[in-house]
Design a protein around this ligand. Structure first.
Ligand code: BV8
Length: 231
């Protein structure tokens, strides 16, 4: 069980070159969320959705973890506390920085799912809407990503960890999307201290005990150094 729960969002991967969603020229200014991030959008135009995620999968392969990802992996490795990382991100930069057991509550670009039979397998670099599912052969494959209106993964486990943690830290998230944006409330309900590390104030900044503004590649290593020096 974790003593420290860390929630990350697109902002932690921004300095690795991966787009955020709601910053200026963010992903939601280039694509219509309804068309590429909802089950309805997928059934209307699966080719557009695969194009959107194929582009992000390619970006992800070209990207590298930044000092913020590396600092969190160091905290997990060197802290005497149990540290759990829950991410809204679908990239694998936490893992490539050495983090362990990362919970991807919104799924991953590296996963594929069959809409027809529920089979899961590692996603190819480029997913094709006409490709048959390796299990049921139906051409209903999709990225294993949680879209709006779909239940995020591992919610029970996340809520259990929030109920026990003494510290909740949110990094690089605008606090617009639920249930992730509600985690700070959940943590406070159970007496945890709460810290936000973000480039600018988020929609939930007022709910955090402490908030440090700045780029994650600067604020996260600094915070991790403090945590490790204090133990
Ligand atoms: C659910 C997929 C229930 C992966 C995403 C009406 C109808 C239907 C649903 C709802 C509704 N009203 C509310 C809802 C719930 C809905 C929701 O919250 N909508 C919002 C918009 C109001 N949520 C859902 O639908 C969720 N599911 O509720 O299910 C249910 C119950 C029972 C049974 C079934 C279902 C599902 C939510 C997941 C949706 N999937 N994406 C992908 O494509 O990547 S959401 C998308 O936004 C991403 O996943 C991302 O994780 C998420 C949040 O974005 P952020 O990570 O915060 O990124 P953002 O750009 O917003 O912010 C970046 C931040 O970083 C900024 O603050 C910026 O300042 C900062 N930053 C930038 N640079 C840096 C930095 N910080 C530090 N350093 C830097 N360098």
């Amino acid at each position: 069980m974790a003593d420290i729960v860390i929630l990350t969002g697109a902002g932690i991967s921004a300095e690795s070159g991966l787009g955020t969603f709601r910053d200026e020229n963010g992903l939601w200014t280039q694509y219509d969320l309804e068309q590429v991030c909802t089950p309805e959008g997928f059934s209307r135009n699966p080719a557009l959705v695969h194009e959107f995620y194929n582009a992000r999968r390619a970006n992800c392969l070209d990207a590298s973890p930044n000092p913020a990802h590396e600092a969190l992996a160091r905290l997990q490795r060197d802290s005497r506390h149990e540290v759990m990382i829950v991410t809204q991100n679908v990239d694998d930069l936490h893992e490539r920085a050495g983090a362990r057991e990362v919970i991807h509550m919104h799924g991953t670009l590296g996963g594929a799912l069959c809409q027809n039979c529920g089979a899961r397998w590692p996603a190819p670099r480029v997913m094709d809407p006409l490709a048959p599912c390796p299990n049921c052969r139906m051409p209903e494959t999709r990225p294993d990503i949680v879209w709006f209106g779909e239940m995020p993964y591992e919610m029970d486990r996340i809520m259990n960890e929030l109920a026990r943690a003494f510290l909740f830290v949110a990094i690089g998230t605008s606090g617009n999307v639920y249930p992730a944006a509600g985690f700070v409330h959940e943590a406070r309900l159970h007496g945890a201290r709460t810290l936000e590390l973000n480039l600018e104030p988020s929609a939930t900044s007022g709910q955090f005990d402490d908030s440090r503004l700045g780029p994650a590649s600067d604020t996260v290593p600094r915070w991790v150094d403090e945590m490790l020096a204090a133990q």
